[in-house]
Design a protein around this ligand. Structure first.
Ligand code: PXP
Length: 241
């Protein structure tokens, strides 16, 4: 199980003052020292947190791998395919300007030429593509048709309901098993916290978790390295029991 640390909200804090601290490059290095297996950032169309210059700096400084989240917008896809060195992975997400965070998975349609075009351009630039989707079996089958090697299951519903029962967790379990059975690498993320991560981390078919907000939030109290270390310990602990 790989833990990719999403450092968007380090940039959110910087952008609150439009200054130069805290620095996402320093944050990425700290996360890596603490055992992060990868660094994730979302270059949003409105550039509300991560900026183009951050991605350029991170592709050069990250020693593990960089996972770039992006919407299928021509300008952002072009940027992703040109930055040097290229990110290892691109996770395509739906993006709405007014949303506070990525609210749901991609609504896949076979006829979506914009999405197909984005996947083709990223893949021909040598970037591994993952699609951020809801944990529905039908959507997973459709993702496979798009010819990508990986999917990331949106864990938002689980994150909102885990205290009230196992329905969303069961849905994630079924989705992960199905994804793997049809040859997709299965990732997961969104809304995972120190309290709710372990049941998801225990799903054997999931090989990568993307976690941001909770880690950066707790870094305020523990420091970023300690926050990553504690999350890594929980993830590994769930896997080994
Ligand atoms: N995965 C994807 C595709 C996301 O868009 C996000 C949020 O940017 C995350 C994971 C991380 O979510 P959180 O910040 O709630 O941990």
């Amino acid at each position: 199980m790989r833990l990719y640390v999403n450092i968007d909200h380090v940039a959110t804090l910087r952008e609150a003052r439009k200054t130069d601290e805290p620095d996402p490059v320093q944050a990425a290095a700290a996360a890596e020292r603490a055992g992060a297996d990868g660094i994730t950032v979302h270059l949003r169309e409105d550039r509300r947190h991560i900026q183009d210059a951050d991605v350029t700096a991170l592709t050069r400084s990250v020693r593990t791998v960089l996972n770039l989240e992006l919407g299928a917008h021509t300008e952002i896809v072009r940027f992703a395919t040109r930055v040097q060195p290229r990110p290892f992975q691109a996770t395509l997400v739906p993006e709405k300007r007014q949303e506070i965070t990525t609210e749901g998975g991609l609504a896949l349609r076979r006829t979506d030429r914009r999405l197909r075009g984005a996947i083709a351009r990223l893949q021909s630039a040598g970037i591994r593509v993952s699609l951020f989707i809801d944990p529905s079996l039908r959507t997973i089958d459709l993702a496979k048709e798009f010819g990508v090697p990986a999917i990331e299951l949106h864990t938002g519903r689980y994150a909102h309901t885990w205290r009230r029962g196992t329905k969303a967790l069961d849905e994630l379990r079924r989705a992960a098993a199905h994804g793997k059975s049809i040859g997709l690498a299965v990732h997961a993320g969104h809304g995972l916290t120190y309290q709710n991560v372990q049941p998801v981390a225990a799903i054997p078919e999931i090989e990568e978790l993307n976690i941001g907000h909770s880690i950066v939030s707790n870094a305020v109290f523990w420091g970023l390295e300690e926050a990553v270390r504690r999350m890594k310990t929980l993830v590994n602990g769930a896997r080994n029991t």
